[in-house]
Design a binder for this molecule. Structure first.
Ligand code: 8P5
Length: 438
């Protein structure tokens, strides 16, 4: 049985959340609307018709939540800042919003929990969306100013920062499939948004080097193990190409200063415009990559699809999200990232949505314990294979607003009763508490 002491001494175990998914107080103390406030209030966008107006009410209950993190014994906590809470119009400061994050950081430090901050976890100020949002190249300057302000405000106490959470989701789910805010369905827009997200990332890193000299900063991507769904050679080719679009597209430019060749050609015909010194900015050196790993993606050669491939379902056991449980993919991707980019890594998200039910005041989420054990084992295997893995953040600390699925998908190790806002540690939280002292 794997033990905490099998991991390197300074390895951090934590949990992760995001502002829009847990804070609530959507219109309180001067906070401005984000694109997710508008999207979740737009009929038909959220499967359950729910929104993040209250969520887990973390804005008011953060002290209780930090106390629960302490009770479990977490080393670290990854959370995001709501840009429109601190800058309601994307530019001017809302001091009450800033005060909340000062209080949260101080509460974490008082409980010996190391804060890891994500600057952007999808909740763009709506006022900036009205100015073009990620489609307007000026967004990089707004993001740089926001990042610089936060570095100056919290950088004395917070030494670990992530610029963006999953730019692939922000651009391709937000602007191509339309599943996420702002709900556009335009491939050219998705390509432009992805480029502006990476430019914004680079500007924030440049500012960080001036503002927080003793800190580390990185970029978090969703990392999908892309595999062929059948044995045809064309499907192997399709898998390799999809891997370039979903994985390499958001890692290569940040390290090598250039997009993957195979994908550039496709995107240049569909609106990608790279201006002078964009790639130099995007490839401003970072200290680590954050890896959000959930599952694998299977693709097959498919001439009926204009892109030449289609996604297929695998036959492994699945979570409530319909995602296959595939711990081997975590090992494979950690090794791939290490060999290609030679950067330290954090697993900034890994976890599962389960059929969590309260029975006699308990949640027997044995399936989540097994899921975490298997993925912990693969993470350790990767470390022993030479991967410089520095930490592991479970998604998520508590059940929360799961974007287009509303509150119907429970990822937390803590159960949230949304009617009463009562928090109940699931069996997986008690398991983690024991693991962290093993
Ligand atoms: N097929 N397939 N699939 C895998 C693709 C997963 C893309 N979604 C994510 O990674 C999001 C990430 C997000 O940071 C968090 O805010 C979300 O709550 C979790 C759970 O959904 C994950």
């Amino acid at each position: 049985m794997i033990k905490r002491s099998d991991f390197p001494k300074n390895f951090v175990f934590g949990t992760a959340t995001a502002a829009y998914q847990i804070e609530g107080a959507a219109n309180e103390d001067g906070k401005g609307p984000s694109i997710w406030d508008i999207f979740s209030h737009t009929p038909g966008k959220i499967m359950t018709g729910e929104n993040g107006d209250v969520a887990c009410d973390h804005y008011h209950r953060f002290k209780e939540d930090v106390q629960l993190m302490k009770e479990i014994g977490l080393d670290a906590y990854r959370f995001s800042i709501s840009w429109p809470r601190v800058m309601p119009d994307g530019k001017n400061i809302n001091q009450k919003g800033v005060d909340f994050y000062n209080r949260l950081v101080d509460e974490l430090l008082e409980h010996d929990i190391t804060p890891f901050i994500t600057l952007y976890h999808w909740d763009l100020p709506y006022a900036l969306y009205e100015k073009g949002g990620w489609l307007n190249s000026d967004i990089a300057m707004y993001f740089r100013a926001y990042a610089t302000f936060m570095f100056n405000e919290l950088g004395d106490r917070v030494k670990h920062w992530i610029t963006l959470n999953e730019p692939w989701c922000s651009s391709f789910l937000g602007y191509f499939t339309g599943e996420h805010a702002p709900g556009h369905k335009n491939l050219q827009e998705a390509i432009v948004a992805a480029h502006n997200l990476l430019r914004s990332h680079g500007h924030a890193v440049q500012s960080f080097r001036e503002e927080v000299k003793d800190g580390t900063i990185g970029l978090t991507n969703v990392v999908m193990k892309v595999e062929p769904g059948d044995s045809r050679p064309e499907s192997f080719l399709a898998a390799s190409l999809v891997d370039k679009f979903v994985n390499a597209w958001f890692h290569d430019p940040v390290v090598f200063g250039k997009y993957p060749e195979e994908a550039v050609k496709v995107y240049q015909e569909r609106g990608l415009q790279v201006m002078e010194n964009d790639m130099d900015i995007i490839s401003t050196p970072i200290d680590f990559f954050g890896v959000n790993y959930y599952t694998r993606t299977l693709v097959v050669f498919d001439t009926t699809n204009p892109l030449g491939f289609s996604y297929v379902q695998g036959d492994l056991p699945k979570t409530e999200m319909g995602w296959e449980i595939y711990p081997q993919g975590l090992f494979d991707m950690l090794v791939t990232l290490k060999e290609r980019y030679r950067l330290p890594l954090y697993i900034t998200e890994n976890g599962m949505a389960g059929p969590d039910k309260i029975e006699n005041g308990k949640v027997k989420d044995t399936y989540r314990i097994e899921y975490l054990e298997k993925h912990f084992e693969k993470a350790l295997e990767a470390i022993n294979a030479g991967v410089n893995l520095k930490g592991y953040f479970i998604w998520s600390l508590m059940d929360n607003f799961e974007w287009a699925y509303g509150y119907s998908k429970r990822f937390g190790i803590i159960y949230v009763d949304y009617n009463t806002q009562k928090r109940i540690l699931k069996d997986s939280a008690y398991w983690l508490k024991d693991f962290l002292i093993s």
